[in-house]
Design a protein. Structure first.
Length: 737
């Protein structure tokens, strides 16, 4: 007999683990004792106890004298000693193990009760229902006959399994594998199947409607639908799957809220049910139905949702290995209709311990290919599986494994896979491998794709430069999140940083023509190597270097930029860009690069104000840029026009910037443009001054600005007529106060 507990609490104990059951005083008057036998597989036909879990031991009658001499009963072989025998309580047991009622065994008789199998004692339980036999409603029902059930038949074992497991029996799950989550999913699935049966039956009935353009042919003519004669002859039956679709959708929505095991049971069960649905109008003319009303469109749509969720669950949820396998086998057992053939192998998801996947994650296989029995196989996975694996690895902060996996895996959706691969440089940054990350931006994963630099945004460009400059990375897995930054490794050398940043700009026309990218480049070069905890740059106020130093750097920068554009492998002179004035030299190089960009792509530039503000308080570098632009009248005028347009649009922004930076910054900003030799640039200074005059209520520092003008001698400089008048007017207005 199978070792099990019946509801009443009877547990089978082998004879070698005999436990004495002490009877009551009334029962002590009985002669027999029940011993539990472990010989469940005994097939001897000659014994009356064949197949029974109960063994009767008849104690020999003893005279009073013999009872006084000994209270021990010893078997002949000496293996068992019974020191005290009393009548035991009859515990609950399966009908086939009953000690008082004979039982006949066959493999699968269900037509009628065999022999006296229908007779029971008070403690007999139904083997199928697992409840008292007296309460079993199918005890003697023809074609079911639970009274004939026993544990020696595979047929009855399957019946018992299905009765106790319900719909979960179709998943080939053992009773010991069933837990609360699985039973919850099974209960919801059974209710859904009942509701779905009603909705599907209604769908098969169809709706009778008049065809388009129908007219009554009888005399007199009646409006459409009111003539019974014509209606009966011309009515068309339309089958709309919408109600079934809505029912399945609600069930899938409910599955999204359940635990993983319950959801998996619900999704797989729903897939099996809708795969059985047939379209009655399949051989008729197609009608104009919506995607939810047409079965041949709605079912694949529902399958896609089910499969996508299951693929992610098989990767993200830590299902036991045997349960994982049984879920996949259940799906493979579904007979798919022709309109769902595309999903045939969609759940062939590799487990995490698969050899090929494991070798890729460990870095032992960088190509994702291997030969097995002479055939070359690739690490190929569906997109939802790839996304789920990346999500799982990122959750565990296994960035090296993410990089190896994305470089090796192949997918049916190349564009989305490319988007995932574009983040490989960021994951490399998370490991502290900044140089490899910089190279990954410029070199594609394979020869069929272009580099990631072609697709990064200006915001991502700025983040990468901050990472390369400071050696810090965002603490989370999103490179654009605003959370704290943490140190990941040693930053790139200044010369390497400049070279890689310019390569990125030159490799992408979109980046090269974007003012945000150039402002980020200038800010990075003019900032400290340290980063605030929240990821903000710390600008450096740099003193103006000697004029000879500026000229030498400009000359070296010009040649370097031209060679870099042409693809020549060139390096910056370390003595200049890694020495004591390396910050100043870097800003001068940035000035030269911006000047070259303006000469070539100024018409494509949408803003110049961002570039101006990026220099911060290093007005000497901004003045150097304006001096460089003076060599070309057209470029200078166009730049000034663009800057005036920006100031007009961003007047409020400028006032807030000036409020934060103070009168010293505003004074130097105005002096820079007012003292420019070119009148068009002087117009920028005049416009800025008028902004201050028109918004004095927003400029509490305006009087300090007047003091700055007087101390710098700005009022005595020989400006043009207009500039002199405006400055004098501003100074005089505050002198009278």
């Amino acid at each position: 007999m199978d070792s099990q507990c019946y509801p009443g609490g009877c547990q089978v104990v082998p004879i070698w683990k005999l436990v004495a059951v002490w009877p009551s005083e009334k029962e002590a008057e009985e002669d027999n004792v029940i011993l539990i036998s472990d010989d469940d597989d005994d097939e001897d036909e000659g014994e009356s106890t064949q197949g029974s879990s109960v063994l009767f031991v008849e104690p020999q009658e003893k005279s009073p004298l013999e009872e006084e001499k000994s209270e021990e009963l010893v078997d002949e072989e000496g293996d068992l000693v019974v020191t005290y025998c009393k009548q035991a309580n009859v515990m609950p047991h399966a009908r086939h193990d009953c000690s008082t009622q004979p039982f006949e065994r066959t493999e699968s008789d269900t037509c009628f009760p065999l022999g006296k199998n229908a007779d029971i004692c008070e403690q007999c339980y139904c083997y199928i229902c697992d409840k008292p036999a007296a309460e079993c409603q199918l005890w003697t029902v023809p074609s079911l006959c639970h009274c004939n059930a026993h544990n020696k038949s595979n047929f009855w074992k399957e019946q018992r399994k299905f009765a106790l497991a319900g719909i979960l029996a179709t998943f080939n799950l053992e009773l010991l594998e069933l837990d609360t989550e699985l039973r919850r999913g099974g209960d919801l699935l059974e209710k859904f199947i009942r509701d779905l049966s009603v909705a599907y039956s209604k769908y098969l009935t169809g709706e009778r409607i008049c065809p388009p353009g129908y007219e009554c042919c009888c005399q007199p003519k009646l409006p459409p639908g009111q003539c019974r004669v014509c209606s009966s002859q011309n009515m068309e039956v339309v089958y709309k799957y919408s109600d079934v679709f809505e029912l399945v959708t609600r069930f899938l929505n409910q599955a999204d809220q359940e635990s993983p095991k319950a959801a998996a049971v619900m999704l797989l069960g729903a897939a099996k049910q809708i795969a059985l649905h047939k379209d009655p109008a399949l051989l008729r003319s197609c009608q104009n139905l919506s995607h939810t009303a047409s079965l041949r469109i709605a079912v694949p749509f529902l399958f896609q949702r089910i499969i996508t969720r299951l693929q992610r669950m098989l990767v993200l949820c830590d299902f036991p290995k045997i349960l994982f396998k049984k879920f996949v086998e259940f799906f493979q057992s579904i007979s798919l209709p022709c309109h769902c053939y595309a999903f045939s192998n969609s759940l062939n998801v590799l487990p995490w311990d698969h050899m090929l996947l494991t070798t890729v994650l460990k870095g032992q296989n960088i190509t994702g290919q291997r030969r097995q029995k002479g055939r070359k196989t690739h690490l190929w996975e569906a997109l939802p599986v790839v996304e789920a694996r990346v999500e799982k690895l990122l959750e565990k902060k296994k960035y090296k494994e993410v990089v190896r996996y994305l470089r090796a895996v192949k997918c049916n959706e190349n564009q989305r896979l490319r988007d995932l691969r574009d983040l490989i440089p960021f994951y490399l940054c998370k490991t502290g491998n900044f140089l490899d990350a910089a190279h990954s931006l410029l070199f594609p994963v394979n020869s069929l794709a272009c580099c990631s630099a072609c697709r990064i945004t200006p915001c991502q460009f700025k983040v990468y430069l901050k990472i390369f400059k400071t050696g810090c990375v965002p603490s989370g897995n999103d490179m654009l999140e605003t959370g704290p930054w943490v140190t990941a490794g040693s930053p790139l050398r200044n010369t390497v940083l400049i070279k890689q940043a310019l390569k990125l700009l030159y490799s992408s026309e979109a980046l090269y023509r974007n003012a945000k990218c150039w402002s980020s480049f200038i800010m990075i070069l003019g900032s400290s190597d340290l980063l605030e905890k929240r990821g903000h740059l710390i600008p450096l106020p740099l003193g103006e270097p000697p004029l000879s130093f500026q000229e030498n750097v400009l000359a070296a920068s010009g040649n370097f930029l031209e060679d870099l554009k042409s693809g020549v492998n060139v390096s910056l002179p370390s003595a200049t860009f890694s020495g004591q004035l390396h910050h100043e030299a870097s800003l001068i190089l940035a000035v030269q690069a911006v000047q070259q960009m303006l000469c070539c792509d100024l018409p494509h530039l949408t803003s110049f104000l961002e570039i101006v503000l990026a220099f911060g308080k290093n007005f000497w570098a901004l003045r150097l840029l304006l001096d460089q632009l003076c060599c070309d009248e057209h470029i200078l005028c166009s730049t000034a026009t663009l800057l005036l347009r920006d100031l007009t649009r961003e007047e409020g922004t400028m006032l807030r910037v000036w409020q934060n930076l103070g009168p010293q910054y505003v004074g130097e900003f105005l002096c820079l443009f007012l003292t420019c030799r070119h009148k068009r640039m002087q117009a920028v200074g005049l416009f800025s001054l008028n902004v201050v005059i028109e918004n004095l209520h927003l400029c509490p520092w305006a009087k300090q600005l007047c003091t700055f003008f007087l101390e710098s001698g700005l009022g005595q400089l020989p400006f043009g007529t207009t500039v002199h008048q405006e400055v004098s007017k501003f100074v005089s207005a505050f002198e009278k106060l």
